[in-house]
Design a protein around this ligand. Structure first.
Ligand code: ATP
Length: 235
C-alpha cells in the first residue's frame, strides 16, 4: 500500500532522514519506534507532504506522492493524527468532528461515522457541545483520533497517541487503535515512544536511530529481541 524508498528529508541544512525505506501492506498496523529526535515525526511529515523528502520516493497504491501537496495527499485517503493532538480548542466536540469530514459531501456516511466515533468513545457523545479545549488530555486524544476517522482514511498516520496520558487511558487508546484497524480495515502507521504498547498492538515494527532504520521485523520478534529490550523496553 505504501512504500518509502530511501528517502532523505531535511530542515534547512539539518538532515533528519538519512535514507529511510519502509513498506506497509494494506490492513496492517506497523509501528516505528525510536528515541527522541530519531526522526519518527519527520517520517510521518514526509509521508503527509509537510516535510517533503529531498531525495528518494514515496509510493502510495502505485502512485508517487512525494511531490504532492499535503491537501492532495489527504484526498488520497492518508490522514494524520498529529503529536500533541492539535484539536481546535474553541470549537465544540461536534464542530471538531465536522472539520474532520471537511472534504466529504456524503451526508449519510458522515452521520454514520459520527455515530461510530460516539460509540467508540461514549465520553465524546456526552461532551459533544463542550469546547474541545476544556477536555482532559485523554479526551482530546480521543477527539483527535475521532476527527481523523471522520475523514474516512484508508491509511492513518498516528504520532505518539500515548504521549502524556495516564496508563489506564493509554491502554484504552491502544485497544481502540486495534479496533479501528480490525473493524474499519484502516491501515495504521503508528509512531511511538511507548515501544512496549506499540509492539503489542502492531503486526510489524521498525526501529529508527539517528535518521536511519536499524531493525525491521515482526512485532513479536522485536519484543523478544535483546537489543530492543535493552534500548527501548527497559528490560
Ligand atoms: P520525538 O519523539 O522527540 O518527536 P522524533 O523521532 O519524532 O522525536 P523528529 O522530530 O523527527 O524526531 O526529529 C528528527 C531530527 O530533526 C532531530 O534532530 C530534530 O532536532 C530535527 N528537527 C525536527 N524538527 C525540526 C525543525 N522544525 N527544524 C529543525 N530541525 C528539526
Amino acid at each position: 500500500m505504501l512504500k518509502l524508498n530511501n528517502i532523505q528529508s531535511f530542515y534547512g541544512n539539518i538532515q533528519a532522514l538519512k535514507g529511510v525505506s519502509i513498506e506497509v501492506s494494506e490492513g496492517e498496523i506497523i509501528t516505528l519506534i525510536g528515541a527522541n529526535g530519531a526522526g519518527k515525526t519527520t517520517t510521518l511529515m514526509s509521508i503527509s507532504g509537510v516535510v517533503p523528502p529531498r531525495t528518494g520516493e514515496i509510493i502510495f497504491e502505485g502512485r508517487p506522492i512525494h511531490r504532492m501537496l499535503p491537501h492532495e495527499i489527504v484526498k488520497l485517503g492518508i490522514c494524520q493524527v498529529p503529536e500533541g493532538r492539535r484539536i481546535f480548542p474553541y470549537l465544540s466536540v461536534t464542530e471538531n468532528l465536522d472539520m474532520g469530514a471537511f472534504l466529504r459531501d456524503d451526508k449519510p456516511g458522515i452521520r454514520q461515522d459520527l455515530e461510530y466515533v460516539f460509540n467508540l468513545f461514549p465520553i465524546l457523545a456526552e461532551r459533544r457541545h463542550q469546547a474541545g479545549g476544556t477536555l482532559s488530555g485523554g479526551e482530546q486524544q480521543m477527539l483527535a483520533i475521532s476527527r481523523a476517522i471522520m475523514a474516512r482514511p484508508r491509511l492513518l498516520l498516528m504520532d505518539e497517541p500515548s504521549l502524556g496520558l495516564a496508563p489506564k487511558i493509554v491502554k484504552q487508546i491502544f485497544e481502540i487503535i486495534k479496533k479501528i484497524n480490525e473493524e474499519n480495515k484502516v491501515t495504521i502507521f503508528l509512531v511511538e515512544q511507548n515501544a512496549n504498547m506499540a509492539l503489542k498492538t502492531a503486526h510489524r515494527g521498525y526501529v529508527m536511530e539517528n535518521g536511519r532504520i536499524t531493525l525491521a521485523d515482526s512485532a513479536t520478534r522485536l519484543l523478544s529481541n535483546d537489543e530492543v529490550r535493552k534500548a527501548y523496553l527497559g528490560i
